[in-house]
Design a binder for this molecule. Structure first.
Ligand SMILES: *[C@@H]1O[C@H](CO)[C@@H](O)[C@H](O)[C@H]1NC(C)=O
Length: 313
């Protein structure tokens, strides 16, 4: 037990100590204005959810319903929400607390008198009161419409007062509206609403392709050559082994390239891996059962013969 305390406790505190700087950093992170407001609203909405039923499980009796109606916009409930506000937030918790202090009266105003007519706290607080966010698919200081990215990209500044509204296309897509395929992709499907871009075959080089497979490449990548029948085919660099690898190595062809691997130490030159692939056996080795084997090992492996020879002497 003492051992456990002496040994495990320090380990745990080391683990906590290692984790702590990151947690402190996350907690004190300063968030962009719209993000900070969104985090605060999310936390407030959690509080609303948590206090939805009041302190007691709501019954159906008329007096209980009346009690709930009063509680809904009550100071008591607001205090209950604010006590835990931002506490579950990991990144930007300090910022969240700061913002909730700065705008306490706005939040209270919404809670006591706007809840029913403006049920979306995010829209009311972050978009209309603080002017830090925009409705979805709009961006910038005056919430202008985003560029249409055809569902193949993201609008820069979407939902915030920042950005330039231009598209950041998903991988494989290109163009102002992300309505084209990029250089290394081809159109595998297109209709009025949808475009699907698919990567060119691995054998295709610069310039991409106009369809699937190695036949559709415009140019072949290094290590491949154009064949009129089959399109880009892999060059087998190992055919000319002497040029490819050093004498004590063997060549392995891969798609688009090749590698040189060391021969087994029992070999003096080889065509592949292992003592059964030698061209010749190395010094101190001899061919036996199709493998190059160590000469000394052969004597050691027959100890009873050696022993009986000694007895005869
Ligand atoms: C903008 O963000 C919303 C979610 O907030 C998303 O549904 C929409 O697709 C985004 N639009 C663009 C163009 O990025």
């Amino acid at each position: 037990m003492l051992f456990k305390i002496c040994f495990v406790l320090p380990l745990i505190s080391i683990a906590i100590a290692l984790d702590e700087p990151q947690k402190i950093k996350d907690k004190s992170t300063k968030l962009p204005p719209c993000k900070a407001c969104t985090v605060l609203v999310e936390s407030f909405n959690l509080g609303l959810e948590r206090t939805k039923r009041g302190k007691h499980a709501g019954g159906d009796a008329a007096w209980e319903q009346e009690k709930m109606r009063v509680y809904k916009n009550s100071e008591v409930r607001l205090v209950e929400i604010q006590e835990q506000l931002c506490n579950e937030v990991k990144r930007g918790q300090d910022h969240c607390h700061m913002l909730s202090n700065d705008h306490e009266s706005l939040i209270e105003e919404w809670f006591t008198s706007k809840q029913d007519e403006e049920p979306d706290l995010h829209a009311w607080l972050c978009i209309n009161q603080l002017n830090v966010c925009c409705p979805s698919n709009t961006f910038g200081p005056t919430c202008q419409p985003c560029t249409d990215c055809n569902n193949n990209g993201k609008c820069k500044g979407n939902g915030t007062r920042k950005g330039n509204g231009q598209c950041l296309c998903d991988s494989g897509y290109a163009g102002i509206n992300c309505n084209d395929c990029d250089e290394n992709n081809y159109e595998s499907f297109r209709d009025a609403t949808k475009l699907l871009c698919t990567p060119c075959h691995a054998a295709c080089g610069d310039g991409g392709c106009n369809g699937a497979g190695p036949k559709s490449c415009r140019k072949c990548k290094d290590g491949w050559r154009m064949d009129t029948e089959t399109g880009c085919v892999d060059i087998n660099e190992c055919v000319d082994q002497h040029r490819a690898c050093r004498p004590q190595q063997f060549c392995v062809n891969n798609e688009g390239s090749f590698s040189c691997l060391e021969c087994d130490r029992s070999c003096d030159g080889c065509d592949g891996d292992g003592p059964d692939m030698c061209k010749k056996c190395a010094d101190g080795y001899q061919l036996k059962d199709g493998k190059c084997q160590e000469l000394k090992a052969e004597i050691d492996s027959q100890p009873e013969v050696v022993a009986s020879m000694r007895e005869e002497l």
